[in-house]
Design a protein around this ligand. Structure first.
Ligand code: CP
Length: 327
């Protein structure tokens, strides 16, 4: 039997869960990983249904949720927004009431435009009588950052005091990526013992309220939180480096302009020289997909310090814990 503390709860940002509740999610993720690898059945959600609503593309999130709910004995129902009445403007209220009457949870990815996704899922949650899970919004990507924390602990142990993570912007020409991953990282890792340095060019700021939460979390946890526009300085002495691209906040409605602006910073790449600035045991992380040759060189992402595939695998075990404990 699993602990019932989180049963029926939404999972929208990690900030809304206590440290103890996040520890429960992490412990359950470890247990589910062990059982999955041992081939032991763990059908905690027999005959339960989760609706998986995607306003944006996905590889890891969609497939880890679909595979995960199957392994838990339930069913994941993929909702393609473009072929649902949501594309014709059906309200968040009606969607929340109706889908929650058909199943046991609603998970939503709505991450493309600042100010939209988080509000949308909170409106669904207000009217749904089942848990709502954030599969990435404009503010947070709490499924990703929980997997990241699990992966960092696997490498460095549960006590992360004195460990430094460099969360850095990096250049990518593919598309203006959401800001939710760096925001989720700075707000979560400051609570779990890590010293956090956020590096970004001045035009690629993250949301001010998330910076404020990170500052407050660091103060309360006795950790450090710093912001710099120097990628090298952020890497110096870091135990974890997490360089990834994101779009300029005022330009998400004009992504081409955001990409044009980012061309000023093509030297913001994670290469072997920069890895040399970090601690000798430093690891390279990325939520993926990575723009190879731009955000990171092949030598780094395919090299001995990269733990991106462990990190991606842990998306499965952590999303199963989130579903198993809330649904
Ligand atoms: N990291 C992540 O969320 O991957 P996807 O966009 O493929 O789901």
């Amino acid at each position: 039997m699993l602990d019932d503390t989180l049963r029926g709860r939404d999972y929208i940002t990690t900030q809304e869960l206590s440290r103890q509740e996040l520890e429960l999610l992490l412990e359950t993720s470890v247990q589910l990983k062990r059982q999955f690898r041992a081939g032991e059945p763990h059908r905690h959600l027999q005959d339960k249904t989760i609706f998986l609503m995607f306003f944006d593309k996905s590889t890891r999130t969609r497939n880890s949720f679909e595979a995960g709910i199957t392994q838990l004995g339930g069913h994941g129902h993929f909702v393609d927004i473009q072929t649902s009445q949501i594309a014709h403007g059906e309200s968040a209220k009606d969607t929340g009431i109706i889908l929650s009457s058909y199943g046991h949870a609603i998970a939503i990815r709505h991450d493309l435009f600042p100010g939209e996704g988080n509000s949308y899922m909170r409106e669904v949650a207000e009217h749904a009588n089942k848990p709502v899970i954030n599969m990435q919004c404009d503010v947070d990507h709490p499924c990703q950052t929980l997997a990241d924390l699990m992966t960092i602990r696997e490498r460095f142990g549960d006590d992360l005091r004195g460990r430094k993570i460099a969360v850095s912007w990096a250049y990518a020409p593919s598309y203006a990526k959401p800001v939710s991953v760096p925001q989720g990282l700075i707000t979560l890792m400051t609570r779990f013992g890590m010293d956090v340095t956020l590096a970004r060019p001045p035009e690629f700021e993250v949301m001010e309220d998330q910076l404020e939460i990170a500052r407050r979390n660091a103060e309360e946890a006795g950790t450090r939180f710093e912001v710099t526009d120097d990628m090298d300085a952020a890497f110096e002495g870091a135990h974890v480096v997490y360089p990834k691209s994101w779009g300029a906040l005022p330009l998400f409605e004009k992504p081409e302009e955001s990409l044009e602006l980012s061309k000023k910073y093509t030297d913001w790449i994670c290469d072997e020289r920069r890895m040399g600035l970090a601690d000798k045991d430093a690891v390279y992380m990325h939520c993926l997909p990575a723009d190879r040759g731009n955000e990171v060189t092949d030598a780094v992402i395919d090299g001995p310090q990269s733990i991106v595939y462990d990190e991606a695998e842990n998306r499965l075990h952590t999303c199963k814990a989130i579903m198993a404990l809330t649904m």
